[in-house]
Design a protein around this ligand. Structure first.
Ligand SMILES: Cc1ncc(COP(=O)(O)O)c(C=O)c1O
Length: 451
């Protein structure tokens, strides 16, 4: 019986409960460490739509882990592919060495990306994808004699990961407050959460004009000095803010006018979450670079990527020496064999189970179910798009207090989901049946109704 066995994990959890120092060493990420260590909420097993706690309680996973597990938990095909790979070639240096699956996965990823975004750079996370894309933008401009393009534009209420570039781009106050601005020369457009956009299913009608903020920055700082604009097609971590109709098209047009690269951060919106392969296809706007991660391996291995326009790749590689490195960037674990094996297994699941079509077909039912919570006294807004939605609760004293409390109450009542501020964020696996949606929405109704 190995440590991964649920029974062994359960025994480990029980032993920890009797050892007051057993949880001291692990510094948990993005977590209330002190509170968690007093009242831990752990899982020891996952299968399909469900997760199990050490004491055998079963919870439905309404957020696909952290937007990762599109195909449901513990897919055997992925586990077996990773096991086989680790027993065949566990690791190879990714610099000036490679393994065939890295090329194969890039080719298969390019079958899902918009036409023209067909060069794929692999990393290990969404944060790395974002910072890598920033470097690609700088390199591309510099090679073309436009090294003066040093400014980046993003948005309020955006989340672009935790590396220094991403922290600078993010518009999340708590993420920046402690670390400062991250990088100088990053400016934020306004977000699109307008009062008139409350309780809207899909794309709201109002707010395309907020894209004019980009034009204002172009006028103020010179469009010729801006390297790239980073946006999530739908702001995810901050509570599901779909783009107003016409908003992304407008950003695209302004970028084209000034030679600015448009980067979509599709770490959450990619791989079917919006009801199409990527947000780019769902909203009919093609960026120049696209960041991805999370569902690319169903969350089973850490893998991210950047899909890049062919001519951007050509510009950077052709400018390099005939036999030397062209782009001084990469990670020890770029295109790790175990991660690419998981990615290839997931691509097969996407294709064979038509998972993205399935997510699209379920989206209207999901939206109606979530909107059935409208009218509950604490619910101040509901937003949905594809298989993602947010139920926003009234602030209780300080922002985030109620969201945090309700996320714990929902756990105790049998639903696992993420809360950001006072938004309960729902993003179920694409294998969901209507009955699963009814199940977690029913529990949400009970818990929220109790106040
Ligand atoms: C849009 C977006 N970008 C970047 C990231 C960072 O990804 P990671 O946590 O894999 O570094 C996230 C994570 O949720 C995200 O939602």
């Amino acid at each position: 019986m190995g440590h991964a066995d649920p029974l062994a994990q359960t025994a480990a959890a029980a032993a920890m409960a009797n050892d007051s120092h057993a949880m001291d060493n692990f510094w948990m990420p993005f977590s209330p460490n002190k509170e968690f260590k007093q009242e831990p909420r752990m899982f020891v097993k996952g299968e399909g739509m469900y997760l199990w706690t050490p004491d055998g309680k079963k919870l439905i996973d309404a957020s696909s882990g952290l937007f990762c597990v599109a195909a449901g938990h513990c897919r055997k095909e992925i586990a077996e592919a990773v096991y086989k790979q680790l027993n065949t070639l566990d690791y190879t240096m990714p610099f000036a060495r490679a393994h065939p699956n890295a090329f194969k996965l890039a080719q298969e990823v390019a079958e899902f990306t918009p036409e023209g975004l067909d060069r794929v750079f692999f990393v290990c996370s969404g944060s790395e994808a974002v910072d890598s894309a920033m470097k690609m933008a700088l390199a591309y401009h510099r090679i073309r004699g436009q090294g003066h393009r040093q400014i980046f534009i993003s948005r309020e209420r955006a989340y672009h990961g935790v590396n220094m570039g991403g922290v600078a781009l993010s518009g999340m106050v708590n993420n920046r407050k402690v670390f400062g601005v991250g990088l100088p020369g990053v400016y934020h457009m306004r977000h699109t959460a307008l009062p008139q956009n409350k309780f809207v299913k899909g794309q709201p009608e109002h707010g395309a004009d907020l894209a004019d903020d980009l034009q204002r920055y172009c006028t103020m700082y010179g469009g010729e000095n801006i390297a790239a604009v980073f946006v999530e097609p739908t702001a995810g971590s901050f509570g599901c803010l779909p783009p107003p109709v016409g908003y992304l098209n407008k950003l695209r047009a302004i970028c084209d006018q000034h030679g600015i690269l448009l980067v979509f951060d599709e770490v959450i919106t990619g791989w079917g979450r919006m009801g199409a392969n990527f947000g780019a296809q769902a909203f009919g706007v093609t960026p120049d670079l696209m960041c991805m991660a999370k569902a690319i391996t169903n969350g089973a291995q850490p893998l991210g990527g950047i899909a890049v326009r062919t001519d951007i790749y050509d510009t950077i590689t052709n400018a390099g020496p005939a036999k030397g490195i062209e782009f001084f960037h990469g990670y020890t674990y770029s295109a790790h064999p175990a991660c690419t094996a998981a990615g290839l297994a997931m691509m097969k699941i996407f294709r064979e189970e038509k998972l993205i079509d399935r997510a699209a077909a379920l989206a209207p039912y999901f939206a109606d179910a979530l909107f059935s919570l409208k009218g509950l006294p604490l619910v101040t807004d509901i937003r949905t798009i594809g298989l993602m939605g947010a139920v926003e609760l009234a602030v209780d004293g300080n922002p985030g207090v109620r969201g945090h409390e309700f996320q714990k109450r929902l756990f105790d009542a049998g639903v696992n989901l993420k809360a950001t501020g006072d938004n309960l964020i729902v993003a179920p696996p694409f294998i969901s049946e209507k009955s699963h949606i009814d199940e977690f929405v029913g529990v949400m109704r009970d818990v929220i109704s109790k106040g």
